[in-house]
Ligand binder design. Sequence first.
Ligand code: HEM
Ligand SMILES: *[C@@H]1O[C@H](CO)[C@@H](O)[C@H](O)[C@H]1NC(C)=O
Length: 612
Amino acid sequence: MDSWINIIALLITTAITAILSSLLKNKSKSNNNNCYNRVVLPPGPKGLPILGNLHMLGDLPHQDLHKLSQKYGPIMHIRLGQVPTIVVSSPDAAELFLKTHDLKFASRPSLQASKYMSYKRKGLVFTEYGTYWREVRKLLSLELLTGAKIEMFKPIRREEVRGVVEVLKAAAGARKAVCVSEMVEKVLENITYRMVFGCKDDRFDFRPIVGESMELAGAFNIGDLVPFLAPFDIQGLVRRMKKVSKKFDEFLVKIIEEHVKDAKKQEGQARDFIDVMLSLMEEDSMKEVKFGKDNIKAIILDVLAAAMDTSVNVVNWAIPELLRHPKLMKRVQDELREVVGIDRMVEESDLPKLNYLNMVIKETMRLHPVGPLLLPHESIEDVKINGYFIPKKSRVLVNVWTIGRDPNAWSEDAEEFNPDRFMDVDIDIHGRDFQLIPFGSGRRKCPGMQLGLVVVQLILAQLLHCFNWELPNGMSPCDLDMKEKFALTLSRASHLNCIPSYRLSPPPPPLPTRRTSRDGGVDKRRAGLAAVFRTDGELVLQYKGASFDDVVDGDEALKRRRRSGWCRGGAWMQREAVVRDIRERLIREMNEYSNIRNIRVRNVECREHLRT
Ligand code: HEM
Ligand SMILES: *[C@@H]1O[C@H](CO)[C@@H](O)[C@H](O)[C@H]1NC(C)=O
């Protein structure tokens, strides 16, 4: 959208000719317009012919729509080119569109982006409401995004997030600034790849292409909005779409072929998304719709884009917000220290206990919703809402960016980043409470919510638990650039560079693998600990003095031996010394080493020993 001026100039000339010719040719059109005007459309700004209100939208359309809605109200009518568009900007209004009349707004507009990049709308995200959409949605939510599947991929998330910690640790050691946003993007890319394709694949760099496709899908495409201009592709978007699509396709064809070949070998292994879909294709379980390779490709593309470009943004907004609010950062880190402990990394089982972190995530998604306008909805039939007429095939944009800032819902300090507003207040983020719907609500709400949240929580928790973050070159947090960049998703306009410093106390080293560490320093003349060996996973404590019976069961043994007339002098005293030594040493060793699998306690003299 950088060449708006040119486009508008071009459009205005086109517009004038078009109006003139349509006025001359088609008188009945003006009758239609009258007819259209008799029903009451929601209020909204007047538009230009042809362009409608497009000229009012700049690089950050959600903010422009925000300003307009302050004037025209929470249900506003504008025209994007020829397309009647309703902009919804309050929690109550959102409830009307996404709950009360959900079904009537459950479709999506037909976009060139989905035609060219989604195999003629064979994916899910941009597919019109109907049987095909329902089947694909079922497939995704019942086969690929279930709780069980998400759990199955836990080791992948664990490994990849630990991987990035290692990378950052190296940077911390060198006191080097790293690009945090890029790191987070990379981890997510790695996780998504392994989940979808079963492996990382560096033959193909998906990331920039996904970014490009999001930009293309998010653009207000003149070709969609002013259909008679579509053939001219004024913004050059279709050309770019075709290029992107070609690149995607080459790779997907290869990857699918490989999966078909390997399918037999893989039995028993964790199956990735493509395996699951291929097996469904064979089973032909989707009876109502034909389901072939193009369908798989389109769905895979949707999943890739949805998984790679969403969670990233939550983390990338949360960290700078916390840097700007050091007190909040401290609270998050204190909570992590308390719940997780400073000697180990975060595990997914810790996540539900991190209340404050979860409040921070909600607050981040309130002010920086990943999809500021959700995805465009489209009305399936004419609808009357609050006395307003909303024609069939209207586009509906729900401005969650505005809803998250609504002073009626969030009080006067709505612009402040303040996670405490969620303290003791039960505001749900999954689509129940309409003041906070970063995942949408109703039929079209995000099916990847659960996965997205786990990933965001884990990455954010791990990065804040393992590292302190400092801005480079003495930069003050107040100087952080918080400007937005609009595509289908809302990202930061500038990258975030920080110097990490490692925060955890080093975990105990593993026991050495060779038999080593013959321990000196024990008094060999007296009874007690004589030597300590640490071998592969095993700790051996040797002691000197009374036999093992005497140690463990001293009193009994002593008595028995007295009775039998055989008693080694001072066995009782020795027992005390041995037990004390061994206990103390065991505690020390266990604190020091993480991987003790086996402990043996052995008497030097008698060669008797005990395994524990
Ligand atoms: C924090 C992460 C995420 C956020 C904030 C998010 C947000 C959204 C939003 C706002 C929508 C549109 C809802 C509407 O139009 O009313 C959506 C749709 C969708 N999301 Fe997500 N999403 C996230 C993660 C994911 C993940 C991880 C996946 C899958 C792997 C996913 C898959 C989808 C799909 C397939 C749709 C389209 C649903 C449909 O049209 O029926 N999302 N998401
Ligand atoms: C992603 O995976 C690659 C290949 O294993 C690895 O080299 C890289 O460090 C990973 N990136 C991050 C940020 O974890």
